[in-house]
Ligand binder design. Structure first.
Ligand code: BGC
Length: 240
């Protein structure tokens, strides 16, 4: 019986999924990072339990003969494909084996990583200290040293100012509550703080709210397209 999967590494098609606090996104990408499908998106169901999100994902998944492997970005700590935390989803994710769920559901090998980690894979150049911050429902953070990913550095939950974390001051709820002007001012202070903490060579700003950034950025801080969150999925298969 044929499963429709290709085996030649150069032509493998990756289904890239981004699980977010507000939206679930999918796109099929070629081994060279070329989009092979439209980006589709549906709302994240609330409460965002594994069962509800699983049912929503089933609707998002394309016909399985169209892809050979799956990459998933998840908004929390993920170790060996198993979710440990999901601050903007639901506590019942802790211990959920998401990689196995995808493998069983699609019949395709699956890699799952923290969402900011996936995004970072799509944008880093592989030299020195590079950081990717994603501005969306939460505050995503990923750290790369000479192209090597340091997994699950949950910097968004570190204290930043006045007893509040980066996520509390720069997540989507804060943007809505405090307004774009104050949010931008705080973002400038956060970038400064991160520069002094990590002495990064480059910091990339991604995520849905990166388009709300309206402040002069230092030369080593670059805004990146949110689609990198999906394209980065292909790079996960270039790691050992
Ligand atoms: C989570 C991170 C995630 C970020 C962006 C945070 O609340 O702790 O793991 O990367 O949100 O989704």
């Amino acid at each position: 019986m044929t499963t429709g999967a290709r085996t030649d590494g150069r032509s493998l098609r990756t289904l890239c999924i981004d699980i977010g606090g507000t939206g679930l996104k999918a796109m099929i990408v070629s081994a060279h990072g070329k989009p092979l499908s439209e980006r589709t998106r549906i709302e994240t169901p609330r409460p965002a339990t594994p069962r509800a999100v699983g049912a929503a994902l089933q609707k998002l998944l394309p016909e399985r003969t169209l892809f050979d492997r799956v990459s998933v970005g998840f908004p929390g700590v993920v170790v060996d494909g198993v979710v440990r935390t999901a601050p903007n989803m639901h506590p019942s994710w802790a211990g959920f084996d998401l990689a196995t769920w995808f493998l069983r559901t699609t019949g395709r090998p699956t890699r799952v990583l923290n969402d900011a980690g996936v995004q970072g894979h799509g944008v880093v150049q592989g030299r020195g200290v590079e950081i990717c911050v994603t501005l969306g429902t939460g505050f995503g953070f990923s750290l790369f040293v000479n192209g090597h990913y340091v997994p699950n550095v949950e910097f968004g939950h570190h204290p930043f100012r006045k007893g509040k974390s980066y996520e509390e001051l720069l997540g989507d709820a804060a943007l809505k509550k405090r307004g774009k002007k104050r949010w931008n001012r705080t973002l400038g202070q956060a970038i400064d703080q991160l520069q002094h903490t990590f002495n990064f060579r480059v910091l990339y700003l991604g995520g849905g709210n990166a388009r709300k950034v309206d402040l002069p950025l230092p030369r080593n801080v670059k805004r990146v397209d949110n689609v990198a969150g999906l394209l980065g999925g292909v790079k996960l298969w270039e790691r050992d």
